[in-house]
Design a protein around this ligand. Structure first.
Ligand code: ADP
Ligand code: MG
Length: 501
């Protein structure tokens, strides 16, 4: 696609954002400099009825849902940057729905036959209407010739073309923001957009997802907390994925929790343990464990579907997690600080002792207290300050782990409101700490304490992460909004000049 076409599509997107007052939302007016406020108010003259409903994050999510797969993916990534945009905004964005009307069954048939290179009848006895349709793919129930029920995921026809076009728009927006708005550079818009595009590209080859499902399925089978469907490799192609049908009820259906014989406590424990065992023992975890991807059966069986996003923790990261836990536990802040420098999380030009002092400020108030008594607001503010002051670059894998942990804890608590993630984590964490930190004896004494400390640490992990070396000060959200707003103001002006000039 030519730059000009990408340009006009970007202008179009800017216009939709302005209509919903999702670009420089009125909520941030108080923190804008006067000139920007004037510009924002001027743009707002064009806002439509959608602009009056909901919080800014909700309005933006609503717009992104209509703008196609790349915008949806970008929204999902933005929702992980609470460090920049603030927690409520990130939270609203994370509820963005990736649901579209399905494409017709006939088209799905054609797509399946082309991708697999064989007539449908040679593999499937029956293929039904889709049960779910998203921006990239939809899922059909089907039956193999041997009678087994399967789920067939099929990419949307023409989706590659759409994604290529959208990617060009995203790249243009990032390049313009980078060039025209100095404040935006701190967000590294080009890098951010490349990460989004890379994720989209991977999701457009379902063989990759099939491999992820098979690999993680083996890992899950080792301790049976949860299971994965079996991959039917004959039914896998670039655009088609065939998995055995997940038995049980979808957890997204509230009625599922009233299944006779369901042990809600055991079920919640299985989900928490399953996730932690994957991540800590195997360094490979399902990173999209929301209700829509989980199927349950009595008494406490869990099947996870959707292996589009898989997190990987190298042995270095797993050891790092254990070390941090151990260090906080001993209040050995110098040791934790050193680990951060050794791992390269904090650039070497910073002062180790000062970093240790900052860690002490975070660690000390937590210990000896029930995590519920710890002020999340204060903790957040302190962590933001540390990341800002020390340019701490958390590795993306750790951020993904932390984000999934929050999701898992939410799911488990909705299943069993009395769920104690710390108690549930106990057997898995014990195993992991003992293995990662030797000599064993030294560690054993600390294991109980370590579990207590983990409670506090996982609370810490619930705080928004910094995914890259990019760190914004607390004024970050207004700057980010201002940068985007200024960009679109310029674009709209240019567009106007072309149309009217
Ligand atoms: N193996 C399966 N068994 C039963 N239902 C499935 C299976 N795989 C997918 N589905 C259904 O299709 C929906 C969409 O599939 P999913 O892999 O989650 O795609 P998406 O990436 O669009 O969320 C799921 O939420 C689930 O309802
Ligand atoms: Mg899904």
């Amino acid at each position: 696609m030519g730059q000009m076409s990408a340009f006009w599509r970007l202008v179009g997107a800017g216009w939709v954002l302005i209509r919903a007052d999702a670009l420089i939302p009125r909520e941030i007016d108080p923190v804008l400099p006067p000139s920007a406020r004037l510009a924002a108010r001027t743009l707002r003259l064009f806002s439509g009825p959608r602009a009056r409903r909901g919080r800014p994050g909700e309005r933006l999510a609503g717009v992104l849902e209509t703008l196609g797969p790349a915008a949806i993916k970008m929204g999902q990534f933005l929702s992980t940057r609470a460090d920049i945009f603030g927690a409520p905004f990130a939270e609203d964005l994370s509820r963005l729905k990736d649901r579209l009307p399905p494409f017709p069954l006939d088209q799905a048939r054609i797509a399946i036959e082309q991708s697999l290179g064989r007539p449908i009848e040679t593999l499937f006895a029956r293929l039904d209407e889709p049960v779910a349709a998203a921006s990239l793919a939809q899922a059909h129930p089907a039956w193999l010739l041997d009678g087994r029920k399967v789920a067939v995921k099929v990419l949307r026809p023409g989706i590659e073309h759409r994604v290529v076009e959208d990617s060009a728009v995203l790249r243009l927006a990032a390049a313009l923001a980078d060039r025209l708005v100095p404040e935006a550079r701190r967000l590294k818009p080009r890098d951010f957009v490349e990460v989004v595009i890379r994720a989209l590209d991977l999701e457009m080859d379902l063989r990759f997802e099939a491999a992820g499902c098979a690999e993680l399925g083996e890992v899950m089978a080792q301790d049976a907390y949860m299971t994965a469907p079996t991959v039917i490799w004959d039914g896998v192609g670039k655009r088609v994925l065939t998995l055995t049908w997940a038995s049980g009820e979808p957890l997204s259906d509230p009625a599922a929790l009233n299944l006779p014989g369901l042990d809600r406590k055991a079920l919640a424990d299985n989900i928490t343990r399953g996730f932690l065992a994957q991540a800590l023992d195997h360094g490979l975890f399902h990173a999209d464990l929301h209700e829509g991807n989980l199927f349950i059966a009595a008494p406490a069986q869990v099947v996870a579907v959707d292996y589009g996003i898989i997190g990987r923790l190298g042995s270095g990261e797993r050891k790092y997690l254990a070390e941090i836990l151990y260090g906080f536990l001993n209040r050995d802040y110098a040791r934790i600080a050193r680990i951060h420098f050794d791992a390269g999380y904090v650039p070497a030009h910073h002062d180790v002792d000062a970093f240790a002092q900052a860690l002490r400020a975070v660690g000390e108030p937590i210990f000896g207290r029930d995590a519920r008594q710890v002020s999340m607001g204060k903790l957040l503010a302190q962590l933001f300050e540390i990341t800002a002051l020390f340019e701490m670059a958390l590795r993306p894998e750790l951020v993904l782990l932390q984000k999934t942990m929050v999701t898992v804890e939410g799911v488990a608590r909705r299943i069993d409101p009395a769920h104690d993630i710390w108690a549930a984590a106990d057997p898995v964490v014990r195993r992991w700490i003992t293995r990662e930190l030797s000599p064993v004896a030294k560690v054993r004494d600390f294991t109980d304490e370590a579990l207590k400390a983990l409670r506090a640490l996982v609370r810490l992990a619930e705080t928004p992460p910094a995914t890259t070396a990019v760190v914004m000060p607390r004024t970050g959200s207004s700057l980010a909004w201002f940068a985007t707003g200024a960009l679109v103001a310029v674009l709209s002006f240019l567009a106007g000049a072309r149309v009217f000039g």
